[in-house]
Design a binder for this molecule. Structure first.
Ligand code: SF4
Length: 345
């Protein structure tokens, strides 16, 4: 386990040993439910989850890179730990997923800042250690770049479809790939989210604690908002399923993938309002722009042109095809399942 300073625990609370931290601070979970002063922290933890569920990054009490005052550190760490307790008590996996993703994005910002910190070498070193310890990526600093072995790079960039991530488009020297702080952290985004998610999933679920019930009930109601995203009738083709998975993980789906997904769902008769939330986890999500673009594709704004879902051939050239035997030589994803259904008649 990494030795962490107080600023680091606040920035990366998922690295702390939760039980040990509570013990060291001299608190039990029951006290948070009964002590009126501590109870505010349950509300703060709920808020942290609510913000995450909304696809936003929780605004912390950190002032720049430092804990703004001595009371802020425990608040910061407790709200994270209590959020995990609330999530476990609610059992809402959709919220756990969303929370992990938002916390990963929050940590990502700090990791990037720490890597780019030119005035404090220890910050660089800590970020490098976190990346190595958690994800086995050996990062070395070389002038203003961070270099990693090609094998590490290939393993972690495998799901990136944008041209810029192809090895051929990277600066490679002596078997090492040169990356900026942003790219270094971007490379482990998915793993960071998965790491936090599995830490929560594997955490012990306590019995209901008096004083926690209201917030847990509010979480159960909150989660109902999200279950309708991917509910549709019929099976999706693999390319569409893959695009949805990428978005759910908060990965960046290339423009061509978004176009395919949106035109497919529109053609299946899904309304714009129901499709828009699917894009909520995208790193560059903007509700107004998403609605505008979906309406444009649906032909309900702009020129009135209705855009169709691209053919399988086109999607293959865009690296968006994940054909299985079920695709059965169809020429457009919209035909998926039709052959099978026709055969049954
Ligand atoms: S063959 Fe067509 S439907 Fe099947 S995964 Fe590829 S693009 Fe999608």
């Amino acid at each position: 386990m990494l030795a962490l300073g107080q600023d680091e625990i606040a920035k990366y609370p998922f690295l702390a040993d939760a039980g040990q931290y509570l013990k060291d601070q001299g608190f039990s979970l029951e006290q948070f439910g009964s002590d009126p002063d501590l109870k505010q922290l349950i509300e703060k933890a709920y808020e942290r989850i609510r913000v995450a569920a909304d696809g936003k990054i929780y605004k912390s009490d950190l002032d720049g890179d430092h804990v703004s005052n001595s009371a802020a550190l425990p608040r910061e760490v407790f709200s994270f730990l209590l959020a995990i307790v609330l999530l476990k008590l609610s059992g809402m996996h959709t919220l756990i997923k969303r929370f992990s993703l938002a916390e990963a994005r929050r940590a990502e910002k700090y990791l990037e800042k720490d890597l780019a910190n030119i005035s404090d070498e220890s910050k660089n070193q800590l970020a490098i250690r976190v990346i190595d310890d958690l994800f086995s990526v050996q990062v070395e600093k070389l002038d203003n770049y961070f270099v990693i072995p090609v094998s590490n790079y290939l393993k972690h960039s495998i799901n990136f479809h944008e041209r810029e991530w192809k090895l051929i488009n990277r600066h490679v020297e002596d078997g090492k790939v040169y990356l900026s702080p942003h790219e270094t952290v971007r490379l482990i985004r998915k793993e960071l989210g998965t790491y936090i998610n599995s830490k929560i999933i594997n955490a012990r679920t306590p019995a209901m604690i008096p004083g926690f019930e209201d917030s847990v009930n509010k979480l159960v109601s909150l989660s109902k908002k999200f279950v309708t995203y991917t509910v549709t009738t019929g099976e999706y083709p693999p390319c569409v399923k893959h695009a949805i998975e990428i978005l759910e993980k908060g990965e960046n789906l290339p423009h061509s993938g978004r176009f395919m997904l949106a035109t497919f769902l529109l053609s299946k008769g899904q309304p714009v309002q129901q499709i828009a939330p699917l894009f909520k986890n995208a790193p560059d999500y903007n509700e107004r722009v998403t609605l505008y673009q979906l309406n444009h594709l649906a032909g309900t704004s702009g020129s009135g042109t209705h855009y169709s879902c691209p053919s399988c051939e086109k999607l293959k050239t865009q690296n968006l095809c994940y054909a299985t035997s079920e695709c059965d030589n169809i020429i457009n994803p919209l035909q998926f399942g039709r052959k099978k259904n026709n055969a049954r008649r």
